[in-house]
Design a protein around this ligand. Structure first.
Ligand SMILES: O=C(O)CCC(=O)C(=O)O
Ligand SMILES: [Fe+2]
Length: 195
């Protein structure tokens, strides 16, 4: 079973490995972010996939949907005007042209993503991933794979931008822990370049 967070909601770690992770609050205004949040929640064709753990199938504890260049990436839905607009705002900050985006919907504090790194071979070994969050502030926890005691936490705020730079996926894993505190809905977008 997934652990509850030991440092979620505790605030921003002061000593983030900035060479690998960049955080920027307020990339989108509160007004813009409110519109995006409501629109994504109500208009996305959300799916709940299953994952296998010790030979047993579990429902993934969040809803997801993939968008992207449909001619290149199988199983993606075509870019919407909102997703295009957000992509255009993050690309100059990331220095990358992304061709896909994964939407995650955390409905409440029970929804989460367990420790993992995003290093699928389809993204190359040193992927750069741009993350945009709307809605409920949740803690994004990071820990070093070779030493779990080295850990950090970033509160991803409404309208914020977080860049996972080259090298982060190799050396660190990340998660959004469940929370016992009352939590409203949160949307996260991770822009990725599938090669
Ligand atoms: O929700 C988040 O902030 C992170 C999502 C994530 O790690 C992923 O989709 O791979
Ligand atoms: Fe991830």
């Amino acid at each position: 079973m997934e652990q509850l967070s030991f440092f979620a909601e505790a605030g921003q770690s002061k000593d983030l490995p900035l060479d690998m992770l960049e955080y920027r609050a307020g990339l989108f205004s509160v007004a813009e972010s409110d519109v995006f949040l409501a629109k994504f929640i109500s208009e996305t064709p959300w799916e709940q996939t299953t994952q296998k753990l010790w030979d047993k199938e579990y429902l993934t504890p969040r809803l997801t949907c993939w968008y992207g260049d449909t001619d290149k990436i199988l199983g993606t839905r075509p870019w919407t005007p909102e997703l295009q607009a957000i992509r255009e705002r993050v690309e100059p900050l990331a220095g990358i042209r992304f061709n896909s985006v994964l939407l995650n919907y955390y409905r409440d504090g029970n929804d989460s993503v367990a420790w993992h790194s995003d290093k699928e071979s389809i993204m190359g070994s040193q992927p750069v991933i741009a993350s945009v969050s709307f809605g409920q502030v949740r803690s994004f926890d990071i820990r070093r794979k070779s030493d779990h005691s080295e850990k950090y936490s970033v509160r991803l705020e409404h309208g914020s931008f977080c860049l996972m730079k080259a090298g982060l996926q190799e050396a660190f894993e990340h998660r959004i822990a469940k929370s016992v505190n009352p939590m409203k809905g949160r949307i996260n977008l991770t822009f990725r370049l599938v090669i």
